[in-house]
Design a protein around this ligand. Structure first.
Ligand code: NAP
Length: 234
C-alpha cells in the first residue's frame, strides 16, 4: 500500500537514494532540502532542519498535499571536521543542531499524526562513527551517538502506539560528504572496512526501506549497522 514518506536532506546522496527507493516501491515521497532541490519526481519542500518554523511549515505543506507522514527518515546531516584543540564551540553546536536537535524536531512533529494513527516508522540516519568515535570528528560523533539515545527513548515512548524508531548506522558511503575527503583518505577508509570497499548510497537506502517495511514490524530501538563490518562488536 502506498505510504506517505518524508526524507529530510533528500536532494542528494543517501537521502536521494532513499527517496528513490521508496518512490520505486510506490510510495508518495516528500523530500526536504536546504540549498539544492532534488530531481523531479518528489514533493520537494525547502526546509532548513535547524529551524523549527521551517520544519512546521514543511509538515503543514506535506500533510495538505500528500497526507500525514507515515514514514519519517531523518537523514539531513553535516560535518565540520577538526581536531578538538582547534574545534570551536560554534562548530560543535552547529553540528549538534543540524544532526541531533533537528532529528528531535522532525521526529517530534511527525509523531503527532503517527500517535493519532496508532502506527508509524521513524528511521534516524546515524553513523558507525557514533559508536567508534573518530579523531577529528568529535562534534559529528557526539551528534550521531546522541541519535541512539534519542531513538531508544522515542521507541519506548511510542511503542504502545505501534510506532517503531530505529537507527541505521552506515560506514563510509560514496556521496558528496565523503568526496571532499580525497581519493587517498577514501582508500584508507575502504582498507579499514572488512568488506574492503565503500558502500553505495543505494545499499543504505535498502536497509532504511527494510526498517520501514512490514517485515520489520517487531524491530524497534535497534541500531542497524550497514558498514561492511567496520563497527562489528560495538
Ligand atoms: P550529503 O551528500 O552531504 O547530503 C546531505 C544532505 O543533507 C543534503 O541533501 C543537504 O541538503 C542536507 N542538509 C544538510 N544540512 C541541512 C539543513 N540544515 N537542513 C536541511 N537539509 C540539510 O550527505 P550524505 O553522505 O548523503 O549523508 C546523509 C546522512 O548520512 C547524514 O546524516 C550523514 O551524517 C549520514 N552518513 C553519511 C556517511 C557517508 O559516508 N557519506 C556515513 C555515515 C552516515 P542541501 O544539499 O540542500 O544543502
Amino acid at each position: 500500500m502506498s505510504r506517505v514518506v518524508l526524507v529530510t536532506g533528500g536532494s542528494r546522496g543517501i537521502g536521494l537514494a532513499t527517496a528513490e527507493r521508496f518512490r520505486d516501491l510506490g510510495d508518495r515521497v516528500a523530500v526536504t532540502y536546504n540549498s539544492s532541490p532534488p530531481p523531479d519526481g518528489f514533493l520537494a519542500v525547502k526546509c532548513d532542519v535547524r529551524s523549527g518554523d521551517d520544519v512546521d511549515a514543511a509538515f503543514d505543506r506535506i500533510e495538505s498535499e500528500l497526507g500525514p507522514v507515515e514514514v519519517l527518515v531523518s537523514n539531513a546531516g553535516i560535518t565540520r571536521d577538526g581536531l578538538v584543540l582547534k574545534m570551536t564551540e560554534e562548530s560543535f553546536d552547529e553540528v549538534i543542531d543540524a544532526n541531533l536537535t533537528a532529528a528531535f524536531r522532525v521526529a517530534k512533529r511527525a509523531s503527532r499524526s503517527m500517535i493519532r494513527a496508532r502506527k508509524g516508522r521513524i528511521i534516524l540516519v546515524g553513523s558507525v562513527v557514533g559508536l567508534l568515535g573518530s579523531a577529528g570528528q568529535a562534534n559529528y560523533a557526539a551528534s550521531k551517538a546522541g541519535l541512539v539515545g534519542l531513538a531508544r527513548s522515542l521507541a519506548r515512548e511510542f511503542a504502545s502506539r505501534s510506532i517503531t524508531v530505529n537507527v541505521v548506522a552506515p560506514g563510509p558511503v560514496e556521496t558528496e560528504m565523503t568526496a571532499t575527503l580525497g581519493a587517498d583518505r577514501l582508500g584508507e577508509l575502504a582498507a579499514a572496512v572488512p568488506l574492503a570497499r565503500i558502500a553505495t548510497a543505494a545499499e543504505i537506502a535498502g536497509a532504511i526501506a527494510f526498517l520501514a517495511s512490514d517485515d520489520a514490524g517487531y524491530i524497534t530501538g535497534a541500531v542497524l549497522p550497514v558498514d561492511g563490518g567496520l563497527g562489528m562488536g560495538h
